[in-house]
Design a protein around this ligand. Structure first.
Ligand code: ATP
Length: 203
């Protein structure tokens, strides 16, 4: 079973993925793969360094400098996506192939509904949280400014729309223990869907 897990910046999808992993999921995180795709020594890194030499310092990627370039310019963002996305897709497929059939595979994809990967999923889960809480959590985690966080939010689907399209919505408006118990409930529902005979499975 392939599950797509998404949510806007600071919604809590990494925390949910952690719970699913503890329950036995094979988690494949697109953000982690995106970092690996441009790791020093990779061909992705070489492609980025050719296009944006100003974002390379001492042989490593200055991620903040690159983010500043691409978040302010859609054409630059497209160019970076064209380098990163095919590599992420190839690696995700490879990891999925090496996973045993009985395991649920959870793909953590920040822009799940902005692209069409959701169509290839058996079920989708969106994590939502009130905007102010998300901003506070990201500020505490990354030290980004409110402006930068809001710009990133604007590049993402409206959470209410994501929620309408997802199979399950996890509201992350309380503490982490609450998020964990809600995640466990969704996991149980996913498992129930998985065990139904194929002809009764609403796909
Ligand atoms: P991004 O897309 O920015 O990577 P994300 O959706 O993966 O965000 P997380 O990294 O899971 O979000 O959560 C953002 C931050 O908020 C983390 O530091 C996380 O530990 C914290 N956090 C998430 N949920 C809660 C919660 N219910 N209570 C307290 N802190 C939380």
């Amino acid at each position: 079973m392939r599950v797509g897990l998404t949510g806007g910046i600071g919604s809590g999808k990494t925390e949910v993925a952690r719970v699913f992993a503890a329950l036995g999921a094979q988690v494949i995180d697109a953000d982690v793969l995106a970092r690996e795709a441009v790791a020093p020594g990779s061909d992705g890194f070489a492609a980025v360094a050719r296009r944006w030499p100003q974002a390379v310092r001492d042989g490593t990627l200055d991620r903040a400098a690159l983010a500043a370039i691409v978040f302010n310019d859609p054409a630059e963002r497209e160019a970076l996506n064209a380098i990163v996305h095919p590599r992420v897709r190839a690696r995700a497929a490879e990891l999925e192939r090496s996973t045993s059939n009985e395991r649920v595979v959870v793909h953590v994809v920040p822009l799940l509904f902005e692209g069409d990967y959701w169509k290839a999923c058996d079920a989708t889960v969106v994590v939502t949280a009130p905007k102010e809480l998300r901003i506070a959590r990201v500020q505490a985690r990354d030290g980004l400014s409110r402006d930068e966080i809001e710009r990133r939010m604007e590049a993402q689907i409206d959470p209410a729309e994501a929620s309408r399209r997802a199979t399950f919505t996890l509201e992350n408006d309380a503490d982490l223990a609450t998020l964990e118990s809600r995640s466990r409930a969704v996991w149980a529902s996913l498992a129930a869907r998985d065990s139904r005979p194929p002809e009764r499975n609403a796909r």
